[in-house]
Ligand binder design. Structure first.
Ligand code: FAD
Length: 694
């Protein structure tokens, strides 16, 4: 065994789907050493998930590739509802906006998963200067943990033995219906246990490597190997409801084929229409006629994020080799009646069984984490799988970066499970309700227990808020200063910005640069680069002398030897590389000059260059982009102001009053989990280029 290649890395990511890539994106952006392996030899080229929700688009924007998404994808505006009339023919019975108006500056778009993975991969390449690459055809074989090293943050307690597969056969999923790419895998994905047991144990040779890791993230999908190694279950159930998916160009006289639509037919089942890029359309089609096998013990149905074992199925396992595009089209034609329906240019198809399952645990030892489909699976129609999976690692990535760089205590990693398990459970409850309403027959004279179509429409409308990802609300913790039980002081603080929810992501509105009058969305001034932000809403400092004095005092505090910014910034790092202070005032922009603001609020670098992009006017008229009033938008009184502490993932941690009391609050907040920095480090803590905004 002595010849076995051995290496070390800070973070090993297993699985390069959306969750794994998002984790890698954060680590590349923040300059942390990582590796990412995937058992498949190629990325995906067709099919799988396609919907990008508002919050995901905000995150893409914050990493710098939101424009690629908006440019290339299909944009949803309207959602239409169809159900049977008295004669049993389907008719349109309602329209709603697809995304809730005003919930975000970005609305739901659709694009196939392969493109989405490509944008993230390009970002990883850029930020890691080509170092961070997905190592494909690489399979983990064994994982062990040295428990004696768990509490040593500099140690590598997790060892993973990986094997480089032969790219031409071992790493290519074997499919049924090989003519068209599809999601029906015979083994490898659909039946990973079989695949592992078929692998010859053999001697360790030069295809093997032992990777010693500080942390491991299992992003290896619904059949997660990492989850199984940790002995973590998936809890929930799987129904007998089977749906087919087609990506194709439709030939039809159905009028809403280019609108997102939900169709309930009288007796033939339901359809969800997802109009896609390049004139493609995705249909989710309820399959009435499903080929089944006699054996009822276990479903091997592959494909779809709910493609997990169907224990509890009473009617026999689905025979996935008999799921064909023709069968799915036949089911669709019945539902579309009296409209005609046929297809051309079939791009991808699959079938899946509806189920909702979630793991009771998302981590072990605070060293190994699971994310995405590895810990929650559900039906795909609300377009949540890929989005929630990426948001899992968007939550985890910056925390790992902070701990690996020695900026924060490992305790912050505990908030990952606490915050994301709640989101997963909410998602499962949401999907459970919606998918059953979607699969149910419409209520009528005969079918009195059926689904009320008005209720269904309302459920969708309400669900759109949740599905957008913008109302995720993290629970109280060391990172979230809010009280489960009423606390007078915190209630008072919360009212200082009455439209902002502590625990939720900060929404964005327009502000104007004090230096050059250019309008920006505030969020575009807060990219995902691993930094904390303290937003200094200093109020109307031009007219209110008390506020002007408070602002001057705050600047003096920032200039003092020990303050909450300098305390956690490595000695040799730029002053704003860990915590950045941004000031948004409420005065007439023309009544103030840049130089009226103390220099500590727009500090100079070591070459004496000023940072002009830290002072913003929150109220006023732009020359070409309408008016700004971010104070009104956030519910902040211009004569009181406040300071808002923002996590690196854009969630609000704390709201405090201006002045000494607020400063003390922020000091106490950071003191619970940040590590005071006293040493000159030999690594570039500011990686990667968190620098000048312009
Ligand atoms: P995945 O995207 O599943 O990525 C997991 C990655 O891990 C894969 O690249 C895989 O090759 C790799 N991997 C797995 N096991 C190992 C291992 N042992 N070692 C190394 N690497 C491993 N969502 C929708 O919204 N709509 C849909 O229609 C839809 N259809 C789907 C069809 C299929 C066939 C699948 C698999 C998923 C589908 N989904 C759909 C779900 C959506 O794609 C997922 O929710 C989303 O991709 C989850 O991201 P993830 O990164 O957690 O997992």
């Amino acid at each position: 065994q002595s010849n076995l290649k051995t290496s070390e890395t800070d973070v090993l990511i297993i699985g390069a789907g959306p969750a794994g890539l998002m984790a890698a994106c954060w680590l590349a952006r923040t300059g942390v050493l990582f590796r990412i392996v995937d058992k498949r030899s190629t990325k995906i080229f067709a099919g799988q998930a396609d919907g990008l929700q508002s919050r995901t688009l905000e995150v893409f924007q914050s990493f710098g590739f939101g424009d690629r998404a908006r440019k290339n994808a299909n944009h949803f505006q309207e959602m239409c509802f169809w159900s049977p009339n008295e004669s049993g023919d389907i008719v349109r019975n309602g329209r709603i906006p697809d995304s809730v108006p005003g919930i975000s500056r970005f609305q739901q778009i659709v694009m196939h998963q392969g493109n989405i993975e490509e944008w993230i991969t390009d970002s990883i390449t850029k930020w890691s200067q080509g170092q961070g690459k997905v190592e494909r055809a690489t399979l983990p074989l064994k994982m062990s943990v040295d428990e004696s090293l768990i509490n040593d943050t500099s140690a590598y307690p997790v060892s993973v033995l990986v094997k480089k597969l032969n790219e031409d056969d071992e790493a290519v999923p074997e499919q049924y219906g090989a003519k068209v790419t599809n999601g029906l895998y015979r083994q490898f994905d659909g039946d990973q246990d079989q695949f592992y047991s078929d692998l010859q144990d053999g001697l360790l040779d030069d295809t093997h490597e032992l990777i010693k890791c500080k942390y491991v993230i299992g992003c290896d999908g619904a059949h997660s190997w990492v989850r199984k190694q940790l002995g973590i279950d998936m809890i929930g159930d799987t129904t007998d409801l089977v749906w087919g998916v087609l990506d194709m160009v439709p030939l039809t006289n159905f009028p809403d084929i280019r609108n997102r639509s939900a169709i309930h037919s009288k007796d033939a089942g339901s359809i969800m229409i997802i109009p896609r890029e390049r004139d493609l359309v995705r249909l989710y089609i309820q399959l009435k006629e499903v080929p089944r096998m006699k054996d009822t013990s276990k479903s091997e149905f592959g494909g779809g994020d709910a493609a997990v074992s169907a224990k509890g199925s009473t009617t026999g396992r689905v025979d996935r080799s008999k799921i064909t595009p023709e069968l799915i089209v036949k089911n669709a034609q019945e539902i579309f009646k009296p409209y005609t329906f046929d297809i051309t240019d079939l791009d991808w198809f699959t079938g899946y069984q509806i189920g909702q399952r979630v793991s009771p645990q998302f981590q072990a030892y605070n060293r190994i984490f699971i994310a995405g489909d590895a810990c929650h699976t559900h039906s795909p129609k609300a377009g949540q799988g890929m989005n929630v999976s990426m948001m899992d690692t968007y939550n985890l990535g910056w925390k790992l970066a902070h701990v690996c760089k020695g900026l924060a205590k490992p305790e912050i990693l505990e908030t990952y499970e606490a915050e994301r398990i709640q989101v997963a459970r909410d998602l499962i409850a949401f999907d459970h309700k919606l998918s059953r309403m979607f699969s149910g027959k419409p209520k009528d004279e005969v079918n009195k227990d059926g689904v009320d179509m008005l209720e269904f429409k309302e459920a969708f409308k309400k669900g759109a808020e949740f599905a957008s990802g913008t109302i995720v609300d993290y629970i109280p913790s060391i990172l979230e200063i809010k009280e489960a039980t009423p606390d007078v002081e915190i209630q008072y603080y919360t009212k200082l910005a009455s439209n902002i929810g502590i625990g939720r992501r900060l929404d964005s509105s327009q502000v104007m640069s004090q230096a050059d009058a250019r309008p920006y969305h505030l969020a575009d001034r807060i990219p995902s680069d691993g930094r904390w932000r303290v937003l200094n809403f200093c109020g109307d400092v031009a007219k209110n002398a008390e506020l002007a004095a408070a602002n001057a005092d705050f600047a003096k505090y920032l200039e003092s030897k020990v303050n909450f910014v300098s305390n956690y910034t490595p000695v040799n790092a730029r002053v704003d590389s860990v915590i950045e202070v941004l000031t948004v005032h409420a005065s007439d922009r023309h009544s103030l000059e840049m130089h009226d603001f103390p220099q500590a609020l727009w500090p100079k670098d070591s070459h004496g260059r000023s940072d002009y992009w830290k002072i913003w006017a929150g109220i006023g008229s732009t020359f070409h982009n309408g008016d700004c009033d971010i104070y009104k938008f956030f519910g902040i009184d211009t004569n009181k102001g406040c300071q808002i502490v923002l996590r690196p993932d854009g969630h609000v941690s704390h709201i405090v009053p201006l002045g000494a009391e607020g400063i003390k609050e922020i000091e106490q907040f950071f003191a619970t989990f940040m590590i005071p920095q006293t040493k000159v480090l030999d690594i570039d803590i500011t990686a990667n280029d968190t620098g000048r905004f312009s």
